[in-house]
Design a protein around this ligand. Structure first.
Ligand code: TPP
Ligand code: MG
Length: 583
């Protein structure tokens, strides 16, 4: 029996879970927690906004496969972290949020006039996987165990534990700790051999199966298995937005989601879908026609670790509750025995035909790169980055049209090297994601392609990067406007004139224009390296100078504001917001 602060109980349990980094801003209300981090081998990394702490934890979790932990303090700190909770839960990143709250007794219910107080659990509960509060010292360890159990149950997301400041800082007797395997599942979920057998037969007998990979593949780290199963079946692979590159996009079997028409064609040709760790959500058009073949003509095998997800949007022929990596390994073993039964020649022919549309689209997109005018067309930004940065560099896309351009001109060569807020579209979250990526992958290059509107939400974090020696390179696409909204607004206000003139005058749109921030100078003011370029020929040398500076750097990239508005794929993006016509 030892005496310790409630915060020390939490710090000890985090250590037992292998936590090495925590993201958050200090406050007296949880001194008992963070003052015990160092003793437990945990580093506290402090940004300048609590939402950034959540994004750093989310990116760290996604890129390392470990638990991402962030903290926020009673009242204002927790209010600030809410944006991060919404995003990281939607993105499905495994994040544990620990917060302090006012002392027990003056809250729940509020006795009236309490300082720095709101009902944090009530607010976070509908935003997260689970949210709970410790009502006594004795229950802190029990509720931490519960929170950690929830972290590893089903689809990853945000789990929240709130601890009043008197319990966090006050000392009491603690009677030993349980090991993680004593309170949560530590082994992956195995599929049944009957289900693997049935799946193997269905996949061998199909005319052409398509594999649809979701972020479950990334969480399970099942890249090699995915690639081997795709090869042996000769099955094209499409992905959800967030699992982009799960199969490297240099593979002939990879159908990157930017080639929308070609992806639709694959999904309309296949008579069988093997869906791995994806909900088939809105960005996959809910698995519905006309983007996918009708369920009467296309069977679905769905594999997921979350029972809630099975058959949620598209009816399944076979639902398999399992870890996708284990499933793919067992499937592979069976497929190797059945290889000669796979109708390879007809599949090859089909894939060759389908690839024509994809490759034609790529070539058409690349035509834009011959535009060398100044200020540059935004297509160059991701394209030049792809050439200059290493294959395993981590890239983050943030900002409306900026993210669209970046998506269309980037090609993922190494799985799990690209982040964005694919589900939530939260401008500015990319700043924290980039910083979290630099913490997660200290040996890799990290760069962030971001809009001038988006960076305006969290510019102060450049100082965080400098202070923590996080060598992120930010490329800010400066069009001095909320570009994505402006193009949509122009179509809503004056469609014909927009089509003819390509851009309306400053008085013809509603609050779409922004003033200039000289981001290179702003970066320099915070101790980072700064560059400004407008000519596409100057971009690669500027990136090289940033790399040579060996510190956080910001490149202010002047882009042509009119061309920037006319980003590729906007019509499909708009259509995605409507319910598909088919079942
Ligand atoms: C936090 C937040 N506020 C508002 C929006 C709505 N929104 C979507 S795109 C966009 C414009 C983005 O401007 P910028 O970051 O400069 O990128 P650009 O489209 O100009 O490339 C806005 C305001 C959002 N997605 N996130
Ligand atoms: Mg902009």
């Amino acid at each position: 029996m030892t005496t310790m602060a409630g915060g020390e109980v939490i710090a000890t349990m985090l250590k037992q879970e292998g936590v090495e980094k925590v993201f958050g801003i200090i406050d007296g209300t949880y001194f008992g927690l963070y003052s015990n981090f160092k003793l437990n081998g945990i580093e506290l990394i402090t940004p300048r906004h609590e939402a950034t702490a959540a994004h750093m934890a989310g990116a760290y979790a996604r890129l390392t496969g470990k638990l991402g932990v962030c903290i926020a303090s009673s009242g204002p700190g927790v209010a600030n972290v809410l944006a991060g909770v919404a995003v990281e839960n939607a993105e499905g990143n495994r994040v544990l949020l620990i917060t302090s709250s006012r002392r027990t007794g003056i809250i729940c219910p509020d006795r009236g006039g309490a300082y720095q107080y709101f009902n944090q659990v009530a607010v976070i509960k509908p935003m997260a996987k689970w949210s709970g509060s410790a009502s006594s010292f004795a229950r802190i360890s029990e509720l931490m165990r519960r929170a950690l159990r929830m972290c590893y149950k089903g689809r990853p997301g945000v789990v929240h534990l709130d601890v009043p400041d008197d319990l966090m800082n006050g000392k009491d007797k603690m009677n030993g700790f349980w090991a993680p395997r004593q309170y949560r599942r530590t082994d992956p979920i195995h599929p049944s051999s009957e289900q693997v057998e049935r799946a193997a037969h269905m996949l061998v007998e199909a005319d052409l199966p398509v594999i649809h990979a979701g972020s479950g593949i990334i969480h399970a780290g099942a890249y090699d298995e995915l690639s081997q199963v795709a090869e042996i079946l000769h099955a094209p692979v499409t992905t959800s937005w967030s699992a982009r590159g799960a199969l490297p996009e240099i593979s002939q079997l990879s159908w990157p989601m930017v080639h929308v028409k070609a992806v639709n064609q694959v999904r309309n040709t296949a008579d069988l879908v093997l869906c791995l760790g994806s909900r088939l959500g809105e960005t996959d058009w809910w698995g519905k026609a006309p983007y996918w073949r009708l369920p009467s003509e296309q069977k679905l095998i769905q594999v997921d670790i979350d029972e809630e997800v099975l058959g949620v949007n598209k009816p399944t022929e076979l639902s398999i509750l399992a870890d996708v990596k284990l499933f793919l390994n067992q499937l592979l073993e069976r497929l190797r025995d059945m290889e000669s039964e796979i109708p390879m020649e007809s599949r090859r022919q089909k894939v060759v035909n389908l690839a024509k549309e994809r490759d034609k689209d790529r070539a058409k997109l690349d035509e834009k790169l011959s535009d060398r005018s100044v200020p540059m067309i935004t297509a160059h930004v991701a394209s030049v980055c792809r050439e200059v940065f290493e294959d395993d560099a981590v890239v983050i896309f943030d900002g409306g049209n900026t993210a669209v351009w970046a998506n269309f001109y980037h090609r993922i060569r190494v799985p799990n090297t690209q982040l964005s807020t694919h589900h939530f579209g939260m401008l500015g979250a990319g700043v924290g994601q980039a910083l979290g990526a630099a913490v997660a992958r200290p040996g890799s290059q990290v760069y962030c392609i971001i809009g001038d509107g988006a960076l305006g939400f969290h510019p102060q974090e450049i100082e965080t990067a400098v202070r923590n020696n996080l060598k992120v390179i930010f490329l800010v696409c400066c069009d001095k406007q909320w570009g994505m909204v402006k193009i949509n607004q122009q179509f809503a206000l004056r469609p014909v004139k927009t089509m003819i003139k390509k851009s309306l005058g400053p008085e013809e749109t509603i609050n779409t224009d922004l003033g200039e921030i000289e981001f290179d100078k702003m970066a320099q003011a915070m101790g980072a390296h700064g560059e400004r370029v407008a000519d596409p020929a100057d971009l690669a040398p500027a990136i090289e100078r940033c790399l040579a500076s060996d510190k956080c750097a910001v490149i202010h990239v002047d882009v042509d504001p009119v061309k920037h508005m006319w980003a590729p794929g906007l019509l499909q993006f708009k259509n995605m917001h409507k319910e598909p016509a088919g079942k």
